[in-house]
Design a protein around this ligand. Structure first.
Ligand code: F0G
Length: 406
């Protein structure tokens, strides 16, 4: 097992404290020793552990599993969405609800592994840039580990629920007069120059090692991989992690086929879709990205190269959706399936509509949409968009008259 540079394939020991390749500066990824993993999973004991991130310890490069920092992440529900499926005219639609995680987003999968790694390295200070969810998650895991935490967020551009989470968990919350892309550049440079501050953005390969468990869980919950995974793309770590998970499960003989990936971006923040549309291997960053889905308001995704590779390798696609399509999908999922997800997550349902219309996804294919975060993190959007409450006098007649009239 080792780190490998995704560009020049330079190898580094897994014990090194590095984020990027010293030779070419590109991202690193963990290469597992698949034979070793196969040996470990032969012992069927892991199957008696309920689905969760740490059920898959054999796939996670941590030294001492008795010292993990955990809030019981993963094991999120996979919902069969019959009403929406019927409306869309497809056979099998599932939503994997990552809002079930301890801080209500998928980030917890990566953070339990990343913060455990931080403890192995004896780090005392943790840092991240965030559009909201990463900061909420890191703050909670830093609290659990008793470590100092700095989170850098774009001022005025983060959902209130997420900000409240970071504050209550005791993080130093620093708002910059700039966007996420600037915040990430700052924290990356800072943590490279200050080795006593450990970086926990998804540029850190250990985050990806936790997030990939999302795919293992889906395979086990369905007893097979789906035909399609539809997933929102911001900084592009998660789509890369999800692909790594499926590929590893296949390499270990646990599944026979791989799904196709559909990466969804908002119209105003879509550098990966633009590259995909031109079928090129490089992105052009988008200055001043804009979308109502603040979680994915990102113009220069750090993991773009991993993401494009995942999309091309899976014979997948990348498409955009508009803010209005996102809001409609958010309402549909909540009012027809009982699932309240944040706008970035709803982009997957909006994307599914388009992919069916374009005949890219066929109506008999098995589709899983990844709902990455809970809707309660960003209630402002709903209250701003839909004011459908009715006020009456506090007497029974007013109530009777009202109910008769609606
Ligand atoms: N969905 C939600 C709810 C997110 O919070 C994010 C990313 C994504 C999707 C996209 O995932 O970046 O791995 O492509 N949020 C980050 C944050 C950037 O800071 O919370 P990605």
């Amino acid at each position: 097992m080792y780190f490998s540079c995704i560009n020049c394939e330079e190898k580094y020991s897994i014990n090194e404290n590095i984020y990027t390749c010293r030779k070419c500066g590109d991202l690193l990824e963990v290469k597992l020793d698949i034979q070793e993993v196969k040996r470990k999973i032969k012992d069927e004991k892991w199957r008696s552990i309920p689905i969760s991130v740490w059920r898959y310890s054999a796939f996670i490069p941590i030294r001492d599993y008795s010292k993990i920092i955990t809030l019981n992440e993963g094991g999120t529900r996979l919902h069969f969405c019959q009403r929406l499926a019927q409306e869309l005219g497809i056979k099998s639609l599932y939503v994997k609800n990552e809002g079930d995680n301890p801080t209500a987003s998928f980030k917890d999968r990566g953070m339990t592994v990343g913060v455990t790694r931080a403890c192995e390295l004896n780090a005392k200070n943790l840092i991240c840039a965030s559009t909201g969810n990463t900061s909420a998650s890191l703050a909670a895991y830093a609290a659990k580990a008793g470590l100092n935490c700095y989170v850098i967020v774009p001022s005025g551009k983060i959902a209130y629920g997420k900000l409240a989470q970071a504050i209550i968990h005791g993080a130093h919350v620093i708002r910059i007069r700039g966007d996420f892309d600037q915040a990430l550049k700052m924290v990356f440079k800072f943590s490279c120059e200050n080795k006593d501050v450990y970086l926990l953005n998804s540029i850190n390969p250990f985050r990806i090692e936790g997030q990939k468990t999302l795919s293992y869980e889906i395979c086990e919950q369905l007893n097979k991989p789906p035909d399609w995974i539809i997933i929102p793309v911001g900084n592009a770590g998660n789509i890369s992690a999800v692909w790594k998970g499926f590929v590893e499960f296949k390499e270990c003989g646990l599944i026979e086929s791989l799904p196709r990936l559909a990466g969804i971006q908002a119209e105003g923040a879509a550098p990966i879709v633009k590259a995909f549309e031109k079928r090129v291997d490089i992105i052009e960053p988008i200055p001043n990205p804009e979308t109502i889905a603040s979680a994915i308001r990102i113009g220069a995704p750090v993991s773009w190269k991993k993401a494009l590779k995942a999309i091309y390798e899976s014979k997948g696609v990348a498409i955009t959706v508009s803010d209005n399509e996102i809001l409609k999908a958010q309402k549909d999922l909540a009012s027809k399936e009982g699932l309240f997800v944040e706008p970035a997550s709803a982009s997957t349902i909006a994307g599914l509509h388009k992919l069916l219309k374009f005949n890219i996804i066929k109506r008999d294919e098995l589709v899983v949409c990844i709902a990455t975060g809970h809707g309660l993190k960003d209630p402002d959007i709903v209250l701003k968009m839909i004011d459908s409450t009715i006020e009456i006098e506090a007497d029974l007649n007013s109530l009777i008259n009202l109910i008769k009239s609606v």
